[in-house]
Design a protein around this ligand. Structure first.
Ligand code: PGA
Length: 280
């Protein structure tokens, strides 16, 4: 499985011209890296990037669960699919905090995306109060509710983005998580997935890390010897082509030569050594 690195541009840049310039620079800088790179621009730039930087994989930042209807202001997953969008963020902490998105909404959006053939990138993560918990209840709750009642086979395609809210650069006094802790969280999340979906489906799910990722710390978040985080969701640093390309290249250098089976064998052994990773 290739590492997946997603650029979350949030509400930037201000013009289509700048968006295209950034997209093209990222496309040129990441070509041939053997890392799956996706760009999540604001909606109005999706079409321009699709046609003028066609090598990039597109990710939307949000979507609505119904395919059509009287829902002023919404954009459906099927419309995004028609635009060639492959991934879509769901439940980002900014949407939960600023736009009242809750676990029930996240669940509906996940269903809508899967129906439309788009891979949901489900963001989960604890706030500062739970940051020291070995197994934060918020992670377990958000994950369980996001996938509740959805047929298992379709969940093979989801991506889980673990983003501790206290580490996201826009949170006041944000500090990046430590690579060790991120790896523990990845193992814990996979345990939770296994509990809900069974090992076979859980093993197909990609878990990625987000929160103040930059070129210096990017590689450390992806454990090469055990199955931990398998990609990154990058916010602030993805608005500079230079910084984002450096992140992708750091990940590419790390993953060269590491086979999936080796990481899986390591993960099993690591889980045995780490009883705290039990999903409970
Ligand atoms: P950050 O954002 O990299 O700026 O911390 C991550 C995100 O919000 O997805």
């Amino acid at each position: 499985m290739k590492a997946l690195v997603i650029a979350n541009w949030k509400l930037y840049p201000p013009t289509r011209r700048e968006a295209l310039r950034l997209a093209r620079a990222i496309a040129a800088g990441t070509r041939g890296t053997r890392v799956a790179v996706a760009i999540a621009p604001p909606f109005p730039y999706l079409e321009a990037i699709r046609t003028r930087a066609p090598n990039l994989t597109l990710c939307a930042q949000d979507s609505f669960w119904e395919p059509a209807g009287a829902y002023t202001g919404e954009v459906s997953a099927s419309m995004l699919r028609d635009l060639g969008v492959r991934y879509c963020l769901v439940g980002h902490s900014e949407r939960r905090r600023l736009f009242g998105e809750d676990d029930a909404t996240v669940n509906r959006k996940v269903r809508g995306l899967l129906r439309a053939g788009i891979t949901p990138v489900i963001a989960i993560g604890e706030g500062a109060r739970e940051s020291r918990e070995v197994v934060p209840p918020m992670i377990a709750d958000q994950l369980a509710r996001a996938i509740a009642g959805i047929p298992k086979p379709s969940l093979r395609r989801i991506v889980i983005a673990y983003e501790p809210v206290w580490a996201i650069s826009t949170t006041p006094r944000a500090t990046p998580d430590t690579p060790d802790n991120a790896t523990r969280r990845a193992i814990y999340i996979r345990k939770l997935l296994t509990k809900h979906l069974g090992a076979r489906t859980a093993n197909a799910v990609r878990i990625i890390y987000g929160g103040s990722v930059n070129a210096k710390n990017a590689a450390a978040f992806l454990a090469a010897d055990i199955r931990g985080m398998e990609g990154l969701l990058v916010g602030g640093a993805s608005r500079s082509a230079e910084a984002f390309v450096a992140i992708v290249r750091a990940v590419a250098a790390l993953h060269r030569g590491v086979s999936r089976s080796r990481s899986q064998r390591g993960a099993t052994a690591a889980t045995r050594r780490m009883p705290w990773a039990a999903a409970g």
